[in-house]
Ligand binder design. Sequence first.
Ligand code: SF4
Length: 448
Amino acid sequence: MAWLTKSRFMAGRQCAKRLWFEVHAPLATRAPESMAIRQGREFDSLMRVLVPGRVVARDRGLPAAIAATSRVLAAGGAPVLHQPAVRHGEFAVIADILRRDRGVSELIEVKASTQVKPEHIPDAAFQTLVLRGARVPVQRVSIAHVDNTFVLARKGEYAGLASEADITAEVEAVLPALAEEAMVLHRVMAERSAPAIAMGPHCHAPWPCPFIERCSAGAPPPDLSTHRDARVRAGLRIVDRAAAAEVRDAPWPRAYLDFETIAFAVPEIVGTRPYEQLPFQWSLHVEDASGDLRHAEFLARDDFGDFTALATALLRAAPPSGPVFAYNAHFEARVLALLARHVPPQAAALDALRARLVDLLPITRKAYYDPRMQGSWSLKAVIPTIAPELAYTRLGEVQEGEAAQLAFLELRADATDAARRAALETALLEYCRQDTWALVCLARFLAR
Ligand code: SF4
């Protein structure tokens, strides 16, 4: 029978049906790599540099990795082992780091989060259970996570980026019940059919389940009868023109701004912190009183991180006065503040632009609802109800923010050839332009 690995154990803790699917009916196509997985890999690689040691199981299958680890341990091990793999009965794990220091054996689980999260405890506890079962003594358990107060002072100097938290007591507290839970999940893997489990909040937390589409096929639409907004509960289309007066009465010219940003667990750019949202692209539409529009845009290429070019081009394109509409404008405000910090000569102009931001989200929330939005005021929920021709699904491969980030990373990769680069640039520019064009359509709709 298949082994219960760490990832299966964690999948099963989220939902036994998810575990069963992963063993017996996995998805035909792998989900595209997410930013979170890439950030995790960045931090894992850095930890191999910050805590140097012997890498045991890199890029091998689990049985080969277990055999290799067993040989290393039989020969006396090493002060630090990366990715040691062990098996205990039907349970098997590849741990992140095993460190022996002054007679104490420590399991270090590497997480690219900025703090210890509740789900890290059973994750580390399952590894402790299997390691101890395989006669690898584990006396201390830690989580190595990102310290988000770290600022990259010099390229390549990452001492201080990782922070270690001792979770030994928390792990010991859950171990007895966890051993029983692991046995139960192992039995689920042997069932002939998937357990009958209804969808619920567990489908999205602590991680979005990859089988949501499968489980929700044929399911009724979400029940909005308990939504806190009475308009959503009533299921009626509502347009409150008075609530949109701020848009209707706004002076001209009117600008519409959107940034695309990317965040790195391991900062690349001097002066930045882990997970800081760094702009690589913007789109700006400017509309005058006659309804005439002009469009400007910027996409960083080899000059990513030189915020001067990005900020200067924006200030040149923005009109000298008038509102700057954005959707969820706190985000644009944060990006403009970051630019002001990184481009001191332009700081005053960037701060002035920030002061002109007008957030269309709360205005839309007050003024408009359509039942097709299904209780959501995200731009992607609102726009198809007022301008169906602008549905994001008509765009190419970049239809949302995370896809834009992944496209930008691919654009910067050395291995990407010129034809692919051109296709990615087109997709990115089209996506960001659509975001500000959608704002124009929304503001015109609200002001009508
Ligand atoms: S979508 Fe929900 S119910 Fe279905 S397998 Fe995933 S977590 Fe379980």
